[in-house]
Design a protein around this ligand. Structure first.
Ligand code: PEP
Length: 261
């Protein structure tokens, strides 16, 4: 049985004391769940103090980014080698990095390989723009993003990674445009098909695929009920401890309603 993954992307929010306060509140509110994995991705500045404060039975840490070289004269960068003792996961290929920092398919591929080389599990983000969707290019975009990103990995490495389907046009819209369950199901199935074609169905079934895009405590249940969806990547709502702990509660209740332990 796969553990449902609930990941919080705090983006460029919360300084060290704000992050510490939110973590303190989450510690009080969220229980230890064997079948739910809760991952927090604060800014890299805050990873070190959070790693000392965190209850590892409740939470795992993720980096929001990393540089693909392990060491060297790359002013301003933080490598996955430097992150490896602090984090379990790293968000790679988020649409904001692809858009605002010009991360190409190849850069994302190199980051995925660097994370894996440093024993950090990538949470690889993929997803189409609004224009690509309206022009019927969603499947091609997902194909290119998935196949390039995984191209340096063995099947043994791929089976443990996480892929987050995040349609860019549905990110942080809350109340605006949201993705329909059928479209999400199809996109998730298409992602798994790419992995199965590159590796095998067995590997594709092991990979956890998340949904991300304006998920909150009211909508998460619907997303987690989608066939093939193994969890959610949460941006805006993860900064609010009522909403984020509510999301974890819904995930827990769904697991237990299914008869899982
Ligand atoms: C994200 O940026 O990964 C995300 C899913 O954000 P939001 O939940 O705010 O749409």
């Amino acid at each position: 049985m796969k553990r449902t993954l609930i990941a919080a992307n705090w983006k460029m929010h919360l300084n060290a004391s704000q992050a510490s306060l939110l973590l303190h509140r989450l510690h009080e509110r969220i229980k230890i769940h064997r079948d739910i994995e809760v991952v927090l991705a604060p800014s890299s500045l805050v990873l070190q103090p959070m790693s000392m404060q965190i209850d590892r039975r409740k939470f795992r840490l993720a980096a929001q980014n990393g540089y693909h070289k392990d060491e060297g004269a790359f002013t301003g960068e933080v490598s996955f080698t430097m992150l490896k003792d602090l984090v379990h996961y790293a968000i790679i290929g988020h649409s904001e990095r692809r858009m605002y920092f010009d991360e190409s398919l190849e850069v994302v591929r190199d980051k995925v390989a660097a994370a894996v080389r440093n024993e950090i599990t990538p949470i690889l983000c993929v997803g189409e723009t609004h224009q690509e969707r309206t022009e019927g290019e969603t499947k091609q975009v997902l194909h290119d993003q998935v196949t390039t990103a995984l191209s340096d990995l063995t099947s043994e490495e791929v089976k443990d990674i996480v892929i987050a389907y995040e349609p860019i046009w549905a990110i942080s819209t809350f109340g605006g445009e949201i993705a329909k369950p059928d479209d999400i199901r199809d996109a998730i199935a298409h992602i798994r098909k790419q992995v199965a074609e590159l590796y095998s169905k067995k590997v594709a079934d092991k990979v956890r695929v998340l949904y991300g895009g304006s998920v909150d405590d009211h909508t998460v249940g619907g997303y987690l009920a989608i066939d093939g969806c193994d969890g959610v990547l949460v941006g805006g709502a993860s900064l609010n401890y009522h909403k984020f702990s509510g999301i974890v509660d819904v995930a827990y209740n769904l697991k237990h309603a299914d008869g899982a332990s």
